[in-house]
Each structure stands twice: as structure tokens, then as C-alpha cells.
Design a protein around this ligand. Structure first.
Ligand code: TYM
Length: 332
């Protein structure tokens, strides 16, 4: 099947519902008829200050959560980025064909460096997008399932692929973003104008996939809506309710309009109670499955090692071509 690649940062103890609905459920769906590479991007995770002990733990937790959600390491190649040196090696080459101005204009760099000021930001934060481009391009990827916040990175990846191909000869497949718009931006439950995210959301604004089911249900019941008590999809004027409808539809496989119709004239009460149960049922098995997988660290290690070996084979072929094209003398 066609090649897909995607990545996720191991920067928290649990993935959140935005990660799942915007990206991870597509990862799982795509493994049926695609050749899929899924990567825990631990090298991206050190572009901001981090704790080494927590990083190692979270890398394993990430693998365990992905498998608990349905990622099948027999069908998909699952590995950690740092296990495949070609990612860093290709990133260097891509850094050398990226303009400094081009890198500085990336939204994520501007946002993250704005916090502590340019002097405080790491150079790794600046070169983050080129490492991400390397991730994708090493596997001759055709499609990249991600949420809306990754669109600009995907555009840069395409630009760099085309630039390299033009300058040095056809080398890379130019990848297409796979952004499924209905769930591409799940918003914060308390502040429905911002996306659900670990860095910006309060604990009440975010559903963690490893949340206790009762706690998750409570967060849904206390989600911010609006005062007109009508269950109707309208992102502009009803962002809170629309977000809940989006979550409801995605977790049940039903249509937003049909769900809105079901609760017509009933206010938000029953709607929220039903959704709180749907969300609780979704998270309920994930913590236990994840804990079971985490208990056998040797098995997780073996899964990631096998994944990395398979990934290295594909990645090293692409890297060898790149090295040859740019004029390196090769390793023999
Ligand atoms: P990360 O780790 O922040 O997020 C993982 C995935 O979850 C999606 N996502 C969301 N989708 C919908 N609503 C939300 N509120 C929401 N929050 C997060 C993200 O869009 C992403 O798909 N730079 C990437 C990791 C990465 C990568 C790659 C991705 C590194 N190399 C190569 C694809 C291909 C990131 O930080 O994602």
C-alpha cells in the first residue's frame, strides 16, 4: 500500500483527546491498507527544557498508549526517532537548504520563542521543522495524517522536498498532508477559542486518554457552552457546543446533524450527560491496557527495537541517495 508516516511527541504522561481525534485514530485506521511508519519523536521533545528521566518514561508510555489504542506493531512500523540516526543526518542536509528567514518565520518558532525571548530559545527550536521534514522524507511518504496545527510544517516539508529534487535531482516523494477537517482542531473544553493542548489548556479544559473515566465524564459535564441552550453546530457563534458535537460524532461514528436533531428542544443537560458517558467509555479500557503493556518493559523494548530495525532499512537507503546526490564520498 501507499506509504504513510506520522509522529507524536512524548512530552506528557498521557496523550489527549485532541491527539486521538485529530491524528491517532487516523494512524490506526490507515494501517489496514497502508505501509505505515509511526514515530515517537523524542528528539523533538528535547527542543525545549526537559527532564531525562521523564522523557525515557514517557517514550515507553507513548508506545504503550499507541498500542492500547489499537496500533498494531505487526502491521505498522513503530519506533522512537532517536533509534534511527538517519533522522538527524538528513535533518542536517535539510538545514543547509533552508533559509534562516524561512525558519524564523515559522509560526511555532515565533510562538515558542516569544515566551522567553529569542535569547532563551534553543537553536533546536529553530531547526525543529527541518527535523520533522527529515522524518517524513526518509520514508518516501505519500501522506501524513496530522491535525491542523501541523499544516505549516507540512508545507515546509513539501517545499524542501521540491527544492532538493530541483537542485540535486529527483530524490524525494513530495508528501501530502492528510488533515481530516472535522476533527483537525479539537478545542479546549473551558476555553473553546483555543486548541486543546498540554501547554495552553487547564486540566479541566483537556481530556487525557488516560484520565479516570469519572474525571473525564465530569470534565465533559462542566464544559463551557453558551446561554442559548440549543444543541446546534455553529463553530463561529457556538464553539463550545460545536466542539462537543464534534467529539460526540467522532466517538460514535454518527453524523453531527443527526445528533443535534436527537437533542432538539432539550437544552444541554441530556446531551452532556450522554456525551460524558461516551467519553468515559472511550477512556475506560485505555489506562488498564497501557499499564499492562508498561509492566512488560522488555516486550516494549523489543517492539521498538524491531520497529527501528525496519525503519533503519528504509531510511538508510534514502539517506545514501541523498549523500550521493549532495556529493559526499560515501562510507566505503
Ligand atoms: P504533537 O505531538 O503536538 O501532536 C500529535 C498529533 O496530534 C495532533 N493534535 C491535534 N489534533 C486536533 N486537535 C488538537 N487539539 C490537537 N492537538 C494535537 C497534531 O496535529 C499531531 O498530528 N510536530 C509534531 C510531531 C512530529 C510529526 C513529525 C508529525 C514530528 N515529526 C512528522 C508528523 C510527521 C507535533 O509536535 O505533534
Amino acid at each position: 500500500g501507499p506509504r504513510v508516516f506520522s509522529g507524536i511527541q512524548p512530552t506528557a504522561d498521557s496523550f489527549h483527546l485532541g491527539n486521538y481525534l485529530g491524528a491517532l485514530r487516523h494512524w490506526i485506521r490507515l494501517q489496514d491498507d497502508h505501509h505505515a511508519f509511526y514515530c515517537i519523536v523524542d528528539m523533538h521533545a528535547i527542543t525545549v527544557e526537559h527532564d531525562p528521566v521523564a522523557l525515557r518514561e514517557r517514550t515507553y508510555r507513548s508506545a504503550a498508549q499507541l498500542i492500547a489504542m489499537g496500533l498494531d506493531p505487526q502491521r505498522s512500523t513503530l519506533f522512537a526517532q532517536s533509534q534511527v540516526p538517519a533522522h538527524a543526518e538528513l535533518a542536517w542536509v535539510l538545514n543547509c537548504i533552508t533559509g534562516l528567514g524561512e525558519a524564523r518565520r515559522m509560526t511555532q518558532f515565533k510562538d515558542k520563542s516569544a515566551k522567553g525571548g529569542l535569547e532563551q530559545a534553543s537553536v533546536g527550536l529553530l531547526t525543529y521543522p527541518m527535523l520533522m521534514a527529515a522524518d517524513i522524507l526518509l520514508y518516501q511518504t505519500e501522506a501524513v495524517p496530522v491535525g491542523e496545527d501541523q499544516r505549516q510544517h507540512l508545507e515546509l516539508t513539501r517545499d524542501l522536498a521540491q527544492r532538493f529534487n530541483t537542485r540535486f535531482g529527483e530524490t524525494f516523494t513530495v508528501p501530502a498532508p492528510l488533515i481530516i477537517s472535522d476533527t483537525a482542531k479539537i478545542v479546549d473544553l473551558q476555553e473553546p477559542t483555543i486548541k486543546m493542548s498540554k501547554s495552553a489548556s487547564s486540566p479541566k479544559g483537556i481530556i487525557d486518554v488516560l484520565d479516570d473515566p469519572k474525571a473525564a465524564a465530569k470534565k465533559i459535564r462542566s464544559a463551557v457552552t453558551d446561554s442559548d441552550a440549543e444543541v446546534r453546530f455553529d463553530r463561529e457563534s457556538k464553539p463550545g457546543v460545536s466542539n462537543l458535537l464534534t467529539i460526540y460524532a467522532a466517538l460514535t461514528g454518527r453524523k453531527v446533524d443527526e445528533i443535534a436533531g436527537q437533542y432538539e428542544g432539550q437544552g444541554y443537560g441530556a446531551f452532556k450527560v450522554d456525551l460524558s458517558e461516551i467519553v468515559a467509555d472511550f477512556v475506560a479500557p485505555l489506562r488498564e491496557r497501557t499499564d499492562t503493556l508498561l509492566a512488560d518493559r522488555a516486550e516494549l523494548d523489543a517492539i521498538l527495537r524491531d520497529g527501528a530495525a525496519a525503519a533503519r532499512e528504509v531510511a538508510s537507503t534514502t539517506l545514501a541517495t541523498v549523500y550521493d546526490r549532495v556529493g559526499f564520498i560515501g562510507q566505503r
